[in-house]
Design a protein around this ligand. Structure first.
Ligand code: AKG
Length: 322
């Protein structure tokens, strides 16, 4: 499988590429089902505790969380916390590792970053709730979150819808070609608490909506500005975003999180020190790859508990913008 020369050229000139039908329903179903199980557990617990009128069992993956939010924002937030946790990547189940290691997906990534690939725990699960402005994500580049010495490295984001996504339900927007201009100034305390590039500091190129079918994958660079807006549909816009890089780009795979201290020189650090990186493919030492859900969870938990130091980029607050 993998990417054609034409697709690779598109990715490098536009800063993104949609590969239609890359994933089969069977590749996505285990994760959809694991997320449905979390919603089910949460809804039943909230119902049993008197926090919800009903567990909404008759609703499916696309609608159940929306119905819960519709009845009670508070109950919805509880379920959302069970799914997202840790800033959005709280779920470490077997189905997540299976998707991160999906051969067809990783073959495409390999055509962009080379054969030896490191994956990031900074993946995110995003249920965008109908009419819920807090699940809008303002304009940013992923490099806004990474340390500056990584700006020259390619870190590929794979944005994967878990339902068909449209302008109506809040698909992602990207700005073509803007990845050529380096990292724009970001501000902390943007919409929803995210980093934000204000509209008047964005390049002039017209944003393009990425309407996609289930099974399509959007590949983006770490310098591609992107955002998503309010969901005006009746269903939850479920998606995940996964991140990969070459093993030659700075990473913390097989590093001790305790070595991340304020005394350490930031240029020796991983691009995103807060969360564990792990080996997805190693052409010469395949035994280094993280293949079991137990090893995956243990590694992520170890980083989470150690709270490694991340010096960040020192962006100023949006409210202090001149
Ligand atoms: O899915 C979204 O709405 C935002 C995604 C995003 O910001 C990302 O993939 O970095």
């Amino acid at each position: 499988m993998g990417l054609s020369q034409k697709e690779i050229a598109q990715f490098s000139t536009r800063g993104y590429l949609v590969k239609a039908g890359l994933l089969a329903p069977a590749d996505l179903h285990p994760l959809q089902s694991a997320l449905s199980d979390i919603v089910d557990r949460g809804a039943k617990k909230l119902h049993a505790g008197g926090k919800l009128a009903g567990p909404y069992e008759q609703e499916g993956f696309e609608t159940r969380l929306a119905r819960i939010f519709n009845e009670s924002e508070e109950a919805g937030q509880v379920v959302m916390g069970m799914i997202m946790g840790r800033g959005g990547g709280g779920f470490s189940g077997e189905s997540m590792l299976a998707l991160l290691r999906n051969a067809g997906l990783v073959d495409c990534v390999s055509d962009l970053v080379g054969p030896d690939i490191v994956g990031a725990s900074a993946y995110r699960i995003r249920p965008k709730i109908p009419a819920h402005t807090r699940t809008e994500v303002p304009w940013h580049q992923d490099s806004g979150y990474f340390l500056p010495h990584c700006d020259r490295h390619l870190i590929v984001t794979c944005w994967i819808p878990l339902v068909d996504v449209t302008v109506e339900n809040g698909c992602l927007y990207v700005i073509p070609g803007a990845h050529e201009s380096g990292v724009f100034r970001h501000y902390t305390g943007g919409h929803g608490g995210y980093l934000e590039i204000p509209g008047d500091e964005l390049p002039g190129n017209k944003p393009v909506p990425m309407e996609m079918k289930l099974g399509d994958v959007l590949f983006m660079t770490n310098l591609t500005p992107h955002a998503s807006f309010v969901n005006r549909s009746e269903i939850v816009r479920w998606s995940i975003d996964l991140r990969y890089q070459s093993k030659d780009a700075p990473n913390n795979a097989e590093e001790d999180p305790a070595t991340y201290t304020p005394e350490r020189d930031p240029v020796t650090m991983a691009c995103y020190p807060s969360e564990a990186d792990f080996v997805i493919r190693d052409s010469t030492h395949p035994e280094r790859e993280i293949r079991t859900p137990e090893a995956f969870k243990a590694l992520r938990d170890r980083y989470h508990e150690a709270k490694p130091y991340n010096p960040g980029r020192g962006w100023t607050r949006l409210k202090d913008r001149e």
